[in-house]
Write a protein that binds this ligand. Structure first.
Ligand code: FE2
Length: 286
């Protein structure tokens, strides 16, 4: 197995990003900023009435089709349950705070604490260095990877879900807790962003489908490396970089916060599941 250590010390981070398709920046956000975001997420879950929706988030095929709770979360703040959150009788198997898979998808535009965390001159400069000349942040997700039941996120490329022509989506993934092999850290395929886009998530009205574009296989375990990173680390990756995370069977959660940004000069696909209308908050950068 290859080690991820050299990425921490890359002498030329931008050149490293272009070659490997990702970048690990430890200490990008302070412990105080991380604590504020975690506390805010807890408040949002406290206020969430679980009888409002039993919507779960899963990456399994077709599971998202016709889920209104998901499709209408584009410009809202909504909680999604872990797939394994419920007992056979429909009751929660553990506390509500330990049952949520993620919160999405407009935290960065609607919540002041998330807005502050998601923007600033440091991120604006980094985005520019990574090639986003006119960045637009399309979505934000707070991901919990709950202890014991945190679901697997299978191999995928983020450009599958956030497509532009030319491709421009770039992911900003913040570790809010130490991410380890035990609690389901990210795995990436170094250099894998030079391969083709394999799948495309296409929305038509209230229906979404995943189309197969290319039969290139997903990376083997030997081609992938785990990104074990401490809380406060920012991991950036290219929209074509294959990545995945294992289920979390450990007693420790693995909170993370992600932003997905594109370049305004690229054309946002009309078939993307996420579309903002005139009634929604306007798109902004960093
Ligand atoms: Fe992803």
């Amino acid at each position: 197995m290859r080690t991820n250590r050299p990425t921490m010390l890359a002498p030329n981070p931008i050149e490293f990003f272009r070659r490997e398709g990702y970048l690990v920046l430890p200490g990008f956000r302070s412990p105080q900023a991380v604590a504020a975001l975690r506390a805010r997420a807890g408040t949002i879950i406290d206020a969430f009435d679980p009888t409002e929706s039993r919507s779960v988030f899963t990456t399994r095929e077709q599971a998202l089709a016709s889920d209104d709770w998901f499709l209408d979360s584009v410009a809202r703040i909504r909680c999604f349950f872990e797939e394994e959150a419920f007992a056979a009788d429909g009751s929660l198997r553990q506390d509500k705070q330990l049952s949520i898979n993620k919160i999405g998808h407009a935290l960065h535009d609607l919540d002041p604490v998330f807005d502050a965390f998601s923007r600033g001159p440091d991120l604006a400069a980094l985005a520019r260095d990574l090639g986003l000349v006119q960045p637009l942040i399309w979505q934000s997700m707070y991901i919990f990877k709950q202890p014991g039941i945190g679901g697997e996120v299978g191999w995928h490329q983020d450009a599958t879900f956030l497509h532009t022509e030319p491709l421009s989506v770039t992911t900003f993934w913040f570790a809010l807790e130490d991410a380890t092999l035990d609690n389901g850290c990210l795995w990436v395929q170094p250099g894998g962003h030079r391969g083709p886009l394999r799948e495309l998530f296409v929305r038509a009205g209230r229906r979404v489908d995943k189309l197969r574009l290319d039969d290139t296989p997903w990376p083997t375990r030997e081609q992938a490396i785990p990104l074990e990173v401490p809380a406060g680390t920012l991991v950036c990756f290219h929209g074509l970089l294959p990545h995945y995370s294992a289920p979390n069977r450990s007693p420790v959660s693995r909170h993370a916060y992600t932003l997905h940004a594109t370049c305004a000069s690229a054309r946002w696909s009309g078939s993307n599941w996420l579309q903002r209308g005139p009634q929604d908050p306007p798109l902004r950068g960093f």
